[in-house]
Design a protein around this ligand. Structure first.
Ligand SMILES: [Fe+2]
Length: 299
């Protein structure tokens, strides 16, 4: 790692940046959690190399601290600006990609996004999660299966999406529960519910992340999609989303969440006006014994 040498001032020896880096790395020596120790040391190495590479000035460092502070202040029960930061940096999507490598044929994962809420209201088969009914009616049908094609009964499927105006319920002032719910799969793994057609939308732009994207000249839109979070006993939980074919933002998603395998048509019946999404999800079994092999980091 190239580290700039620093000089001496007024005869006093100035700490070498490389010495700071070495000391910061060594500071985790007493940590008895091998994974934490490795990750911390790797983080310090990369962070110091970044600071050195861009010649970070004290003013820029302070601006960075202020940016992160503002990001934290923007977070509450309904808004997760740090998640948005991770998403728009592509970090969330990269973590998804890496996690998927160990899952074989399982349905690809996609970003959780900042609008998931724990324990959404549970509905029975065929019921609607669109409380307001604001939007084009959408019938969603699918099956949750294992990698041999056998349906998984009793799987918990959380679904959430925008209303017809491209807004999540938590973005409305009164925080109504709308277009989100939980359904359990039938014994054959099947599920069916009603909602409304999700719309492409802009991620929130009224916080520090939105201001950053504007300065970078980036647009802030995501293609229309429905989020799914699926869990079942003995299987690796899946967080994913299904993206609407033909959406103009598929190739420039502001959070890099689109995977080709997750794009589906949402055909609309001209007579009834209803749209349909049919999609199965394949879960991978929890590996027995040793967990998936992990890249070795220097300790
Ligand atoms: Fe979303």
């Amino acid at each position: 790692m190239p580290i700039r040498p620093s000089g001496e001032t007024g005869g006093n020896s100035v700490t070498e940046p490389s010495s700071v880096t070495a000391k910061a790395i060594a500071s985790a020596s007493a940590c008895d959690d091998a994974r934490l120790r490795s990750v911390f040391r790797c983080l310090v190495r990369h962070l110091h190399a970044f600071v050195d590479e861009v010649d970070l000035t004290p003013e820029e460092w302070l601006a960075g601290i202020q940016f992160l502070t503002a990001t934290g202040h923007m977070c509450d029960d309904y808004r997760q600006e740090f998640m948005l930061l991770s998403d728009t940096l592509g970090v969330t999507s990269l973590v998804d990609e890496i996690a998927h490598r160990a899952k074989g044929d399982a349905t690809e994962s996609s970003v959780l996004g900042p609008f998931y809420t724990e324990n959404p209201p549970e509905i029975a088969q065929g019921e609607s999660i669109a409380a307001s009914g604001n939007g084009v009616p959408l019938d969603v049908r699918g099956r949750v299966r294992d990698n041999r094609g056998v349906g998984i009964g009793g799987a918990v499927v959380d679904i959430w999406g925008t209303d017809g105006e491209g807004l999540y319920d938590s973005q409305h002032d009164s925080h109504p529960i709308d277009c989100r719910g939980r359904i359990r799969t039938a014994p054959d793994g099947g599920f069916a519910l009603r909602t409304v057609l999700p719309q492409s939308y802009s991620i929130p732009t009224d916080g520090p992340v939105g201001a950053l994207l504007q300065r970078l000249g980036r647009h802030t839109f995501r293609p229309a999609h429905l989020h799914f979070r699926i869990s079942a006993e003995g299987f690796v939980p899946l967080t994913t989303a299904i993206y609407a074919a033909g959406d103009p933002y598929l190739s420039s998603d502001a959070v890099f969440g689109v995977r080709a395998s997750l794009i589906e048509a949402f055909p609309r019946d001209e007579v009834t006006g209803r749209a349909t999404l049919e999609r199965d999800f394949l879960l991978s079994e929890v590996p027995r014994g040793e967990s998936a092999a992990r890249k070795r980091l220097p300790s």
